[in-house]
Design a protein around this ligand. Sequence first.
Ligand code: ATP
Ligand code: MN
Length: 452
Amino acid sequence: MASNMKPTLRWLLEEGVVGETYEARGWVRTKRDSKTVSFLALNDGSIITNLQVVLPSELDGVAEVLEPVGTGASVCVTGELVESPGKGQRVELVAKSIEVLGLADGETYPLQKKGHTFEFLRSIAHLRPRANAFGAVFRIRATLAMATHRFFSDRSFHYVHTPIITASDCEGAGEMFEVKTSGDEPFFGRSAMLTVSGQLNAEALAYGLGRVYTFGPTFRAENSNTSRHLAEFWMIEPEMAFADIHDDMDLAEDYLKAMVDAVFEENEAELNFLGRFVDKTLIQTLESTRSQVFERISYTDAIQILEASGERFEFPVSWGVDLQTEHERFLTETHFKKPVMVTGYPKDIKAFYMYGNDDGKTVAALDVLVPRIGEIIGGSQREHRLDQLEARIREDGLEPEDYSWYLDLNRYGATPHAGFGLGFERAVMFCTGMQNIRDVIPFPRSPGQAAF
Ligand code: ATP
Ligand code: MN
């Protein structure tokens, strides 16, 4: 390692040199004693695999030191790295000395026992990062974040930062959190909200920088207590000038595939673990996502397929209704058995900024649907024709004056442009097999839940 940082267990396991002496620091996952040796399985969060530490009983004072050490304790072991006779690991460490850094009382430490439900672990969100499944999920989350930056950077997108406090409601929906001081005076001279999307600002930036993307927190006061909605979530929003709905679809497909590729490349052990204990179909679903061409259909086709399906949906289907999760999942999981990109939604159910198609009824909206999740991406080609844009704002009962800066964008140098928003937690769910969105963000915020 070309630094003075202490080696991680990942480094020791993968690159440590047999015969050398190292210090290994980590938390004890298990302790086993036999007549002549004790074994500690150590984990430091750098990798899912534990480092096996062998402590010969003849080591000076080892029995007393080990006596109170149990699951959850932190230790530093100095020893020689040797080839492991056991299967599934290259090396293990034969201890020369051990120092206890911190004990964990087995009577009260909640992770002493295995087999807790995810629901219980949610109630100890401050301790659950130490559980294997959450280590796996959060390492994959980190991989997806880095893969996102690599993907866009490789395609000449500039990473931009859009405001979190905003006065414009991009979705035209009421599900916003207001930002206030404790006094009466409106701090910003008008009411202000936590952003539901960085899109409008991203459009302004795309009109100067060409291709941009945001990656930031987003807030929605969703009342629905679903397993796919959070009050605070992270969104990636690319925006491209000189691009239409087809470019948007190409970008969305390439991006999802790049994320899946990255997880296969960097988190094979995590995938195997999650595929075994969380979702048996995980690896197959991800494999087919990266190897298959996504289906591209119109909303009108989607409605026809759903009507002809003979399925009994909770929400009935007809042209003009918004697709519900059950419809989305039928299309992607049951009918096409792969990711599906749906375009051409009725303009009445979509936001004013979406490009109006020639039929006068639909807009160039794009939703990307994936198995087990439903909608993972929502986007569109944007309306860049000033007259149409103003008309759509009025149609939606909004005031063009309130959008004067946004209208300015297309007053000068308008061009077709497009973008989308990917819900980062939905992507993490998709790549980990986790069923509840509260289990893929470290400290979830949802109705009634803001502890930790
Ligand atoms: P949905 O219909 O699933 O509620 P939406 O159509 O309201 O989503 P968009 O406004 O299109 O969502 O936002 C873009 C993406 O952000 C969605 O495709 C989804 O992946 C994600 N997303 C939206 N709302 C939430 C939320 N409350 N929690 C987590 N992710 C969300
Ligand atoms: Mn959407």
